[in-house]
Design a protein around this ligand. Structure first.
Ligand SMILES: [Mn+2]
Length: 466
């Protein structure tokens, strides 16, 4: 049985179900999974309802209904099969659609997971889409949603674009359907649909460009020197995607020269990006990255259903609510960023860290950490700890670093999961960004432990590093 057969078997089981419950995760990927599958199911006339959880754990299990419906777990479940077993769920009433590492369990639940087949650059929304396409091949309008989910889960980050079956099948389906537009050698920059260009450039630090990254005024002067018209007649700032092609080329070649002049690599300056021509210009829905941020904002303010409504096409109330959450989200992150910079971090040999207490929701701490990194010493990973509102005995740890540091052998996922396991906690994520929960009493020891592990990683990758 191949991956495609797994998707087909799951599709057949879904199509035959009299009633379905989707249990999904509250981030952009999970929200996209729910929107893809619930629309595909509704189109077949099967009743479906959805439940969103922050994490599948004993505390959230009661949200999974005890009824006769087929329970479809998306973007979660693979690593919690013993929890499903403990709940007494039978093989027949569960399907897991996921891209996380699978936990061996006593029951063999039906699972569609790209990971065992070696597709590491596919998110759960990608898997959900492939199942939806097996349910009905006319579901290709949903490819766009899968692209948002994949980009939201950082699947396009490492290779500056989506790769593998996500690129070859899902993106191609979206292009053919007509609601996805690929920009092959676009600027690898966030905010191309909503931010004034100089801010887009200044907020970007991958790659870091001397005089422009973290320097809005420098970026503005840079554009001015190139003779780029930055505002229209009403003094409204242009965004990247509405710039004439010639101006975009001028900016890209000047940035390339700047990087080369500083002896920096240029390989991360450009990326393949995914635009949505059917959306209103100058809104975050115009490209996959900003769309995903909007969904993440909904999830982080505990309103994943609002994100779901937007994915289903609501451009009224739901969109206005999401815009509001997105703005709040940004204000909170800016505030956290300032707090970290003002308070200052404590530096150890291989990392820098800070404890922000209960001042900020634990759901935004990781993002704030990533942004603070560009204002601090970006050669050392940052570790931020915060309180967990639901459980005062726990501390949440978020770590972020840069591609540069990952290239030097750092794997934050490995470091946090190894260190947290020693204290009875748990962690996960990616090389560049990871998180963990640890007992509150172990905080200080934990930081030292992670510091040592990072030292070992640096040393293992290059004995000359130390
Ligand atoms: Mn995911």
């Amino acid at each position: 049985m191949g991956f495609c057969d797994d998707a087909k078997a799951a599709a057949e089981q879904i199509v035959a179900a009299p009633e379905i419950t989707i249990i999904s995760h509250i981030d952009a990927d999970g929200i996209a999974c729910e929107a893809i599958l619930s629309q595909a199911i509704t189109r077949l006339g099967i009743p479906v309802r959805s439940v969103f959880v922050r994490q599948l754990e004993p505390l959230t299990m009661p949200q999974v209904p005890s009824d006769t419906s087929l329970k479809v777990f998306t973007d979660l479940g693979a690593g919690q099969q013993n929890l499903l077993f403990g709940r007494g769920l039978s093989e027949k009433e569960v399907i897991i659609i996921d891209h996380h590492v699978s936990q061996p369990a006593e029951r063999k639940y039906t699972q569609v997971n790209c990971l065992p087949y070696g597709y590491t650059r596919m998110s759960a929304a990608g898997v959900s889409y492939l199942v939806a396409k097996q349910m009905d091949c006319s579901n290709t309008d949903l490819a766009k949603l899968a692209i948002v989910g994949n980009v939201g889960d950082m699947m396009a980050r490492e290779n500056c674009g989506l790769t593998g079956p996500v690129r070859e099948v899902i993106v191609e389906d979206g292009i053919r359907h007509g609601n996805v537009e690929v920009r092959k050698r676009d600027l690898n920059c966030y905010g191309t649909a909503t931010r004034p260009i100089h801010l887009s450039l200044a907020y970007n630090d991958d790659p870091f460009i001397q005089g422009i990254s973290n320097n809005p005024e420098g970026a503005r002067q840079f554009l001015k020197r190139l003779g780029i018209r930055q505002q229209n007649d009403d003094r409204r700032w242009f965004v990247w995607e509405e710039m004439p092609v010639g101006d975009r080329r001028t900016i890209i070649s000047a940035l390339t020269e700047q990087l080369i002049a500083n002896g920096e690599r240029v390989d991360r300056l450009l990326a393949e990006t995914y635009g949505f021509p059917d959306e209103i210009p100058r809104t975050p829905l115009r490209n996959a990255q900003e769309y995903a941020t909007m969904l993440n904002a909904c999830g982080r303010w505990s309103k994943p259903q609002v994100g779901g409504a937007i994915l289903r096409g609501d451009r009224g109330t739901a969109y206005r609510d999401a815009e509001h959450m997105l703005n709040n989200h940004r204000a909170f992150i800016r505030n956290l960023l300032q707090y970290i910079v003002d308070t200052g971090v404590k530096e150890l040999e291989n990392l820098q860290w800070i404890h922000v207490g209960g001042r900020y929701p634990d759901t935004i701490v990781g993002i704030g950490a990533g942004m603070a990194l560009s204002k601090l010493n970006s050669k050392k990973p940052i570790l931020v700890m915060c309180e967990v509102p639901e459980d005062t005995s726990l501390t949440k740890v978020s770590m972020r670093t840069t591609e540069r540091v990952v290239e030097k052998g750092i794997d934050l996922q490995q470091a946090l999961s190894d260190a947290s396991a020693e204290y009875g906690g748990g962690g996960g994520g990616h090389k560049i960004a990871a998180g963990a929960y640890i007992p509150r009493t172990a905080e200080q020891e934990f930081v030292n432990r992670v510091n040592r592990i990072l030292g070992e990683q640096f040393a293992a990758a290059s004995p000359d590093n130390r």
